[in-house]
Design a binder for this molecule. Structure first.
Ligand code: C5J
Length: 220
């Protein structure tokens, strides 16, 4: 059995059970004028990980392993957007407002799209999710069951929000989760460091972390 060099200990890969899940690599979190920027964040931190996310995706594709993408977004009529989410904080533009890349975080709008360098190809599953976690109110659980997936490698943004929430949801559902260090990012470097530490603490209480190079070497 192949094992990926990981912390806190090697991640034993189960044959036919591993998939990559790429969380919310959307223009709205990475480009000026999007939701992340409207909240006052430095979005350049997010674009810096695109090359590592891209090579991780390409490695999974080359190995014939599934790649699943998620997008945080809402229906145009906002029926899946709780007021408690829309009204939170004081962004310059709220979810659903018209911005320079179309309506903020609305399905089908240009700003909601996944960045071209890491965009899905034909046949890859794309999960549109209204929450921070990718299991809540989505078909992800069914997709994973149908595909026989039991282990997930995580990439995407932001580490301590949608990535960590989805890892915790997956962990509670019995999936083994591995976070790819260079392929995830936060607007707050200290939050990324803390999320990685708490994920792998106490004997991988939420999951493992590993370097992109070590993951790619093991699945090649
Ligand atoms: C946030 C996300 N940070 N994808 N979304 O609102 O992490």
């Amino acid at each position: 059995m192949v094992a990926i060099k990981a912390e806190p200990f090697p991640f034993a890969v189960k044959s036919g059970a591993l998939a990559l899940i790429v969380i919310d690599m959307q223009r709205d979190f990475a480009e000026p004028g999007g939701f992340g920027a409207c909240l006052g964040n430095d979005v350049s931190r997010i674009t810096k990980i695109v090359p590592d996310v891209k090579r991780l995706i390409e490695g999974f594709r080359a190995a014939g392993l599934p790649v699943i993408h998620t997008m945080e977004c809402h229906r145009p009529d906002l029926s899946d957007l709780p007021p408690a989410k829309r009204d939170r904080g004081s962004p310059s533009l709220k979810i659903g407002d018209e911005g320079p890349m179309g309506r903020i975080l609305i399905s089908g709008e240009p700003g909601t799209a996944i960045l071209p360098d890491v965009a899905p190809v034909d046949g890859e599953v794309v999960i549109e999710k209204p929450g921070k976690g990718a299991f809540y109110a989505t078909e992800l659980g069914d997709v994973l069951k149908q595909g026989g997936i039991k282990q997930l490698v995580f990439a995407g943004v932001t580490t301590e929000v949608c990535v960590q929430t989805t890892m915790r949801e997956a962990n509670d559902r019995g999936y083994e989760c591995l976070l790819a260090e260079e392929a995830t990012e936060s607007y707050f470097p200290e939050f990324k460091a803390a999320a990685m530490a708490m994920i792998r603490a106490q004997g991988a209480i939420v999951g493992w972390t590993a370097h992109v190079d070590d993951i790619l070497e093991s699945i090649a």
